[in-house]
Design a protein around this ligand. Structure first.
Ligand code: AMP
Length: 183
């Protein structure tokens, strides 16, 4: 199973990815989590990435793409993965396409989490991560609409759109229904 999860910050991608990862026994690869681990571990990559995370900006593609390429080359990702938070722009989507082509594989589906902006704002303000101040949240939403949403057009035909308002269980059910035959 090779899936990409796309949706605005606060759409619940991480929560659903964790459930799917357990159910299908494939790694949940969150670029945000990878960056936060680097920041926490004070690695050179973390020191470079921190200011982008703090500002709600995308970490430069060079850094991000190399990190994802390495992660996807690890043995546990050979049989499948759930990519959460990558690709975040069309250049990253091109790189993912290249990586998969080199491996002779392809995505089963791209899960789009559709959720109104006022819902995600409330969720994020409740979550309280360091980059969850109102100003940074609004900026991350703008970055999503400008840079990430256009990625969906490059995946025409394999996008599964899920209405992501409701309980975790309700949304999980819609995800499984939507993925249906694609798995
Ligand atoms: P997330 O946990 O997905 O909300 O990501 C948190 C932050 O990590 C983002 O606001 C970006 O600064 C950075 N980030 C995560 N994924 C990417 C990506 N694919 N490209 C660039 N920056 C990213």
């Amino acid at each position: 199973m090779r899936l990409v999860l796309v949706g605005p910050p606060g759409a619940g991608k991480g929560t659903q990815a964790a459930l799917l990862s357990r159910k299908f026994d494939v790694p949940h690869i969150s670029t945000g989590d990878l960056f936060r681990a680097h920041v926490g571990g004070r690695t050179p990559l973390g020191q470079e990435a921190a200011r982008y995370l703090d500002a709600g900006e995308l970490v430069p593609d060079e850094v991000t793409n190399a990190m994802v390429r390495d992660r996807l080359a690890e043995p546990d990702a050979r049989a499948g993965f759930l990519l959460d938070g990558f690709p975040r722009n069309v250049q990253q989507a091109d790189v993912l396409r290249d990586i998969l082509t080199e491996d002779g594989t392809e995505l089963n589906a791209v899960l789009e989490f559709a959720v109104p902006e006022h819902v995600v704002l409330t969720r994020l303000l409740d979550r309280g991560r360091p980059d969850d101040t109102e100003e940074v949240i609004r900026h991350r939403q703008r970055v999503y609409h400008r840079q990430t949403a256009p990625v969906l057009d490059t995946y025409a035909g394999i996008v599964v759109r899920v209405h992501a308002v409701g309980t975790v269980d309700e949304i999980a059910e819609r995800v499984l229904d939507g993925l249906g035959a694609r798995l």
